[in-house]
Ligand binder design. Structure first.
Ligand code: SF4
Length: 965
């Protein structure tokens, strides 16, 4: 289908030629697209719609040659690169990278450089469709909303609100993500979640439980100050390409050694000074193997540990077991190499630690993330510029969607699901808490008492298929999931595709809301009950987006919604109206029409409630001011030097404390005590009490600059202000607002005036207290991070020493561990299977495989096999092979024979879909909406396995067998 372009003609001259022609002639939209090289089959798709699809608004208008530039943000990863779109008469004609952006400095990777084609995408869904009698039929929005709404209402009446699952998206902007979580609350379920569950949930849980907040502590730019860069499970060169700008700057200017630990010699590893290969699934053993040398040689930062860390002695006891010999036995990495790594880290401080999904997607992923944190605590690398844990998030707004609470275990701002948390949000929404509670179902607990499902964590996205397939008597809800809404979610990014197909076929109703049909449209053999609703891309609306470093940026709308697509917030409005709660849902929000909320007004509503993480100071006006003045921000510190945002940090990285009027500048590096809190400094959060086993959990005699309390202190409450004699600093309005919540018991998280935060900061204190980080999380299954063999391990000799967990039930579902690991699959499935990203594609790949410029670059799904394995199996490079997992799922892919992987390890990328167990599903897509490139999803061969705290899926260490096809 695709042809390699060989003439090498750059796009820019093509567009210039086109525009100069356009200045003298009338050019319609088709001519624009054809002239810009886009018309690869896409125009036929338009024709196939019967010609009734709404063209871009400028299609019939004359092109004047006037080009308007509009600033937006790339939609393909969390680096947050600025895109400057060139728009002529409403048609997006060209694009440039943002040269002023401190994040990308005029650079783009292939994905960012081709986002125009993503928005204009000829392979998009163009109008609502429904599958009826095995055929896709075009329907109106009105019919779609009515039928979907009526169907869901029936399911709700028969089975309760939890039988409808709302799967949201890291592609939504912050405003849409917030409305989505609020919508699930008004519908009456916690069966709501999004991709963060399956990319960094173990990071969020592990990191937040170590020192307070579950996010990247520093920034891409702050890496400029690093003296060493330690990367584990991160292939940033492909997953976050522009981050390499910052990493390589430190490597060149600071002579910072780059250490890359990965089972696979990645493109990132190619930049490393030290490449450490280790067996997939042994991160804890590897990190303890490094820490072993640090402790043995006394290289740890003893004063930092004494004053700011609790529990390091227990870590020391565990690490002592990880002698170089034992580490080599478990990880395969020579002890001498790890001694060299330890010495490098000790001699080059501060260093940063970077990790991604190679570390998070494991049954013990929360142990991995905490082990990485402990390494940094031991070295004293936290709370300092150049140090920190720089955790690179995946999707462009996965940080924001996580912060806004599109998760089955929290409300926006990580408020949890307790009655107190619901009470807080009911106050923000102006809602009657009784009415809200009445929307939810209940179950009878083991003690015979009724329990509201409002307070019980919902089913996570990793397990929605079990919500459909599990025996309902085994679940902590009244009935199975009967309707699925996949709203901006690629199902092929999830494991167990064979069971997913069965689950999709068992549903009463499957609703897909997305700019593209996604694999959800074709994986199953359903003939009825499937709806595809076309959502806009982020270039057809406006709103805020949070980059991995916690900075908020604003996207302006580039073009009006194309075809019959609607913005996600309008679709939420349509459903709220259909279900009869639109008036109360939008009661505090300005509306642009009956169902479309004003985006800025939504920002202001979440500003008024997200006190926990300081999403309160980033008003739309402040974020827009930063976007308009990007050039005034320093490219390393991110601080504005003069200009209208003087003193602010770019994008007001959260926490941006207090109200916008307080003008807090944002917090560039978390837990940095060398700055006052008013200027972005911070302490570790006092989140876990003040005492443990008789030990003081608060900081020992250390505090942030300008703090009037010269020691550790707990989180602020109104009572604490009164005890300190600082309550007189509150205004009368603040005092009234505090009294209206809980009087002296009101704390910094529930005070809707922001007065408690303001006064604490006025006295130099962090509203959330000043405590030690905890190296031991006593509330987790493994308080001290522990190595545990994967469920599907080839190392049967290690199972007795390092067994997995016992089976248990959490997040409403039975979850298997030991009952899988007790079986030896390694004889029949001897090769370890791992997965990862490619630079050309993103996520499940529907958007990027539908983009002609990207699709051209990578047309075949493949598996990497070591030459020794390939030769032993009789597999030649470029030949077709079957890769089969121990649960029976198998994929037919091309073999790439390469030493990138070690012996006994195979790697597959996870962006492909549209083939299933050797079958090409292209004919099942709606006509003209099939991605250019299809291929097997690696997750068809991937297996069961979920993190012991968050239900993160295991995709990095399972087993397979490979056979010539
Ligand atoms: Fe930048 Fe990421 Fe977009 Fe590439 S995909 S241009 S690195 S934001």
């Amino acid at each position: 289908m695709l042809r390699k372009k060989t003439n090498g003609v750059a796009r820019r001259p093509q567009r210039t030629t086109l525009l100069s022609e356009a200045a003298n002639a009338t050019v319609d939209r088709r001519a624009f697209l054809r002239g810009s090289g886009l018309a690869i089959g896409g125009l036929a798709a338009i024709a196939a719609t019967g010609g009734a699809v709404k063209p871009a608004s400028a299609a019939a208008g004359a092109v004047s040659g006037n080009v308007e530039t509009i600033k937006s943000v790339c939609t393909h990863c969390s680096v947050g690169c600025s895109v400057v779109a060139e728009v002529s008469n409403g048609v997006w004609t060209g694009q440039e990278p943002g040269w002023d952006s401190p994040f990308n400095l005029g650079a783009h990777c292939a994905k960012g450089a081709s986002v125009r084609e993503h928005a204009h995408g000829e392979r998009r869904l163009k109008y609502p469709m429904k599958k009826e009698g095995g055929e896709w039929k075009r329907i109106s929005w009105e019919q779609a909303i009515n039928e979907i709404g009526d169907g869901m209402t029936s399911i709700r009446e028969e089975s309760g609100p939890d039988s409808v699952y709302w799967l949201g998206s890291a592609k939504h902007n912050n405003e849409q993500a917030y409305l989505f979580r609020k919508f699930a609350a008004y519908w009456g379920t916690n069966n709501v979640d999004h991709q963060a569950r399956i990319c960094h949930s173990t990071t969020v849980a592990g990191v937040a439980n170590t020192w307070g907040y579950g996010a990247m502590t520093n920034s891409y730019n702050d890496i400029h100050n690093s003296k060493a860069i330690f990367m584990i499970g991160s292939n940033a060169a492909e997953a976050h390409p522009i981050s390499l700008l910052h990493i390589l700057k430190a490597k060149e200017e600071n002579n910072a050694p780059v250490i890359v630990c990965d089972p696979r010699f990645t493109r990132t590893a190619a930049h490393a000074d030290e490449y450490v290969r280790f067996r997939p699934g042994t991160d804890v053993a590897l990190v303890w193997g490094i820490l072993y040398h640090i402790f043995e040689n006394g290289w740890e930062d003893k004063e930092f540990i004494r004053t700011r860390v609790w529990g390091m002695d227990q870590i020391r006891d565990e690490v002592a077991k990880w002698t170089p010999e034992e580490v080599e036995r478990v990880t395969g990495t020579p002890g001498e190499q790890l001694r060299r790594v330890a010495k490098t880290l000790a001699n080059n401080r501060p260093g940063t630690v970077i990790w991604c999904m190679g570390g998070t997607q494991h049954t013990n992923g929360n142990n991995n993330t905490r082990a990485y944190c402990v390494l940094q605590l031991a070295l004293g690398n936290m709370g300092t510029t150049g140090g920190g844990t720089n955790i690179f998030r995946g999707h462009d707004n996965v940080q924001g969607a996580t912060d806004l609470g599109v998760l089955s275990h929290t409300l926006p701002g990580y408020y949890g699901l307790s009655n107190g948390a619901w009470g807080h949000w009911a106050r923000v929404w102006g809602e009657d808490p009784e009415w809200l509670a009445g929307q939810f179902g209940s179950i009878t607990g083991a003690d015979g008492k009724e329990k509201s499902l409002q307070n019980l964590t919902g089913i996570p996205v990793s397990r929605w298929i079990d919500g459909i397939l599990e025996e309902k008597d085994n679940m902590d809800q009244n009935d199975n999931v009967r309707a699925m809404v996949l709203w901006g979610h690629a199902p092929n990014s999830q494991t167990r595709q064979v069971e997913m197909k069965t689950a999709m076929e068992k549903l009463d109703m499957l609703v897909v809301i997305d700019p593209y049909p996604t694999v959800s449209a074709v994986l199953h053999d359903r003939t009825d009950g499937v709806y595809l609703l076309p959502a806009c891309t982020q270039f057809e609306t406006r709103g805020s987006v949070t980059a991995s470093n916690r900075s908020l940026q604003w996207r302006d709308k580039v073009v009006d919604p194309l075809f019959e697509s609607k913005t996600d917030h309008e679709i939420i409005g349509l459903l709220a109206k259909k279900f009869g709660f639109a008036d109360r849902f939008f009661r505090n929000i300005e509306m642009e029409d009956e169902v479309t909320p004003n985006v800025e007004s939504v920002t202001r509503e979440f500003n008024s409630g997200l006190w926990t993480i300081g999403y309160t100071g980033q008003s739309p006006e402040r974020i827009k001011l930063h976007m308009a003045n990007q050039h005034t921000f320093d490219r390393t510190t991110l601080k504005a030097v003069g200009g209208p945002a003087d003193g602010d940090y770019y994008g007001l990285p959260w926490p941006c404390w207090g109200t916008a009027d307080m003008k807090h500048p944002g917090t560039p590096n978390l837990y940095d005590m060398s700055k006052s809190v008013a200027d972005g400094g911070l302490t570790f959060r006092a989140r876990f009490g003040v005492e443990r086993d008789g030990d003081n959990l608060l900081a020992e005699g250390v505090y942030s600059k300008d703090s009037e309390i010269k020691d550790g202190y707990p989180e602020f409450t109104m009572q604490m202000l009164m005890d300190l004699g600082w309550d007189g600093d509150l205004t009368a309005d603040e005092r009234a607002a505090i009294d209206a919540v809980a009087g002296p018991k009101t704390n910094w998280k529930t005070d809707l005036s922001g007065g408690i935060q303001r006064v604490a900061i006025k006295h130099g204190c962090a509203p959330f207290g000043n405590a030690k980080a905890r190296a031991v999380v006593w509330t987790f299954p493994d308080p001290v991070p522990t190595h545990r063999e994967p469920l599907y391990t080839p190392r049967r000799d290690l199972v007795a020493d390092y067994p997995t967990y016992e089976d248990r039930k959490f997040y409403r579902l039975p979850t298997m561990y030991a009952s899988i690991q007790k079986n030896d699959f390694s004889k029949d499935y001897p090769i370890i299977l791992t997965s990862g990203r490619l630079v050309e594609y993103e996520g499940g790949g529907d958007e990027t495989r539908s983009n002609p410029w990207l699709a051209e670059l990578q047309q075949d799904m493949f598996v990497e096999i070591h030459p020794r394995d390939a030769n032993n199996l009789g597999v030649r490079d470029g030949s077709q092979v079957w890769v089969e997992g121990p649960e029976g799922g198998k994929v037919k892919v091309m073999a790439m024979v390469t030493e990138r992987v070690g012996e006994g390890v195979a790697f597959m990328p996870f962006h492909f879909g549209g083939h299933f167990q050797g079958q090409d599903l292209r004919a099942k897509y709606p006509e003209g909406a099939d991605p250019y490139v299809l291929g097997e999803s690696c997750n068809t061969a991937q297996t069961y396995g979920y993190d012991s705290v968050t239900q993160m899926q295991e995709t990095k260490s399972t087993l397979c067998k490979i056979m010539p096809a």
